[in-house]
Design a binder for this molecule. Structure first.
Ligand code: SAM
Length: 207
């Protein structure tokens, strides 16, 4: 009886958190199709990500990556133009795979392609990784998926032993709903908040 009530409680918490994520807004435009993303990249709307005040969350994720393993395998989900990949030392990973819905973004990423650094156009909500990864990154991408909770749960099953999913979430109501869900649902290995004049980002390592 006790275990029935416990599991029912966990299940209801999970349902409530998923519902809150679906309802929460406030990160500007959320889910969009590939054409919209392509147009935004072509217009330079995402050049902002190269700016000075966006650097802290990339660097925080890199600190987590290098402290996890000398040469991890990395899957970067919603990698955009591959900014994170270009900031990593090439000898600092065994394999980097970046996937993104936008062909325009991936075309730019491909400039940094090598034998160990690959970029693919793929919808994260459909893509099935061919193998497991030590690190799976969702850097400013989770809130653009229609079911972030389902996506996260599925990718987590593609982690190696001791692997981690790394999230960067710019603090807004939708991101905070995802953060609350994540902290209730997964094991949080670490969380760091970075803040500057533009706002605040939560960088979370989970498994
Ligand atoms: C704010 S950008 C972040 C890009 C990159 N992670 C970075 O921080 O440099 C969000 C990215 O998520 C991608 N994205 C949105 N929905 C997606 C989906 N369903 N599958 C894959 N990528 C998606 C967009 O194309 C965009 O490149």
């Amino acid at each position: 009886m006790f275990s029935y009530l416990f599991y029912r409680h966990v299940y209801l918490q999970h349902r409530r958190a998923s519902w809150l994520i679906q309802k929460a807004t406030g990160i500007g435009r959320s889910v969009a199709d590939a054409k919209t993303w392509d147009a935004e990249y072509a217009n330079g709307n995402w050049e902002e990500l190269y700016s000075f005040h966006e650097q802290a969350h990339y660097q925080m994720l890199i600190l987590y990556i290098v402290s996890l393993s000398q040469t991890p395998t990395i899957l970067d989900v919603g990698c955009g133009e591959g900014i994170l990949a270009r900031k990593l030392r090439p000898e600092g990973y065994k394999l980097y795979v970046g996937i993104d819905l936008s062909e325009a973004a991936i075309a730019k990423g491909k400039c940094a392609e090598s034998e160990l650094t690959r970029f693919l156009v793929a919808d994260a909500e459909q893509y099935a990784p061919e193998h497991k990864f030590d690190v799976i990154v969702f850097n400013e991408s989770l809130y653009y998926f229609s079911e972030p909770d389902v996506v996260l749960e599925r990718y987590r099953s593609h982690l190696t032993n001791n692997g981690v999913c790394l999230l960067s979430l710019f603090r807004r109501p939708k991101a905070d709903a995802i953060r609350t869900y994540v902290k209730g649902r997964f094991t949080v290995v670490d969380e760091t908040l970075v803040q500057n004049a533009r706002g605040s980002w939560s960088c979370i390592a989970i498994r």
